[in-house]
Structure formats: structure tokens, C-alpha cells
Design a binder for this molecule. Structure first.
Ligand code: ZN
Length: 192
């Protein structure tokens, strides 16, 4: 007697693939792809606006994509030369994690954001995020930076095959088999 294997990947949040029958979900997915295309082709201002709108919509509906979308909007604003709006978007993305009490994730994602800013020469903005994280660690008693070992394991493709979003290996959620979940559309990303 055989048993059907359990689905290997639990659905952690509402996936909005192109095959979705819901027209609103399909439209949002197309807008997401469009935003990634703009970002990849260097149209940062337009990409920033698209990401920002998608992030605000995700936040309104309480979707977990809100944080990565705000962070991506922030990156696009910085690339477009608007560091003030960029910093506000980054901060917003991190605040949402704090609001949902995802402190460990906030610690990881926030540190990564701070490093990115530092590397791009935005020392002031990096220190703003750094101070925020320090305050957060004290407030919520987060003592050490714990980077999970499985996060650093196997290789992942550079982009999600579904929506085209960039995959940041130490930032995405990993499954036990080394595959990951796209931050933006929720698709499973197989190991490279
Ligand atoms: Zn995706």
C-alpha cells in the first residue's frame, strides 16, 4: 500500500501566480513583474513608484509581501537618487516586521539593509537603520544575531522564474530541502 506524499511546501501565504483565476491577483502579479523589469532595466524612478504602490496595497491587505516590497521600493528610490524617500521606505518595511513581532527576521533583514547602505556609501542612512536595530534589540531582548545555517547552504538562482524578482540568498525563507520561497510572489524557488 502506498501513501501519497505530503505536499513538500506548505503554503505560507497567498500565492498569486499567473494562473490565478482572480483578476485582481493576476493584475497585481503583472504589476509586480513590470516593476522588476523596470528595476532590472535601470528605470529606477518608475520602478520605485511601482514597488511603493504594490507595497502599500500589500500592507493594506496585511500581506507579508509588504516588507520585501517596501525594501525594494527603498532600494529603487536610492538608485533614483532620492535617499530621503528611500530611507522612509526601508524604515517602513522594517517597522512592519516589528509590528508583527518578527524580531529575528527583522534582525537579519535589517542588518542586511544596513550593510547594503554602508556598501553603497550611504553612511548616515546606514547609521539611522543601525540605531533603530539597536533600539529594537534592546526593547525586545534580541541578544544575538542568529543567521540560520540552512540559510547559507545551497545555491539559488539569481531571479524568481515566476515574477522575475531578485533572490537574495541570505534573506529568503528556506525550506529543509534547500529550496526557497520568493519574497514577492510566494512561488517556490528550486536550488540552482
Ligand atoms: Zn517571485
Amino acid at each position: 500500500m502506498t501513501f501519497r506524499r505530503r505536499q513538500p511546501h506548505p503554503r505560507r501565504f497567498r500565492v498569486q501566480p499567473p494562473r490565478s483565476r482572480n483578476p485582481a491577483a493576476r493584475a497585481a502579479f503583472q504589476r509586480l513583474r513590470h516593476a522588476h523589469d523596470l528595476m532590472h532595466s535601470g528605470k529606477y524612478q518608475e520602478a520605485a513608484q511601482q514597488y511603493q504602490a504594490l507595497a502599500e496595497a500589500a500592507e493594506k491587505h496585511g500581506l507579508p509581501q509588504a516588507t520585501p516590497l517596501f525594501l525594494q521600493a527603498g532600494r529603487a528610490w536610492f538608485e533614483a537618487g532620492d535617499s530621503k524617500t528611500g530611507l522612509a521606505s526601508l524604515q517602513k518595511g522594517l517597522n512592519i516586521l516589528e509590528m508583527y513581532r518578527k524580531f529575528q527576521r527583522l534582525n537579519v533583514v535589517g542588518s542586511r539593509t544596513q550593510t547594503e547602505l554602508d556598501e553603497k556609501g550611504f553612511a548616515h542612512e546606514a547609521s539611522v537603520i543601525g540605531s533603530y536595530l539597536e533600539r529594537m534589540r534592546i526593547d525586545h531582548d534580541i541578544r544575538d544575531l542568529q543567521f540560520s545555517r540552512e540559510m547559507r547552504g545551497s545555491k539559488l538562482p539569481a531571479k524568481c522564474s515566476q515574477c522575475g524578482g531578485s533572490v537574495i540568498p541570505d534573506q529568503v525563507e528556506r525550506f529543509k530541502d534547500g529550496s526557497a520561497q520568493c519574497d514577492y510572489c510566494g512561488s517556490v524557488i528550486q536550488r540552482a
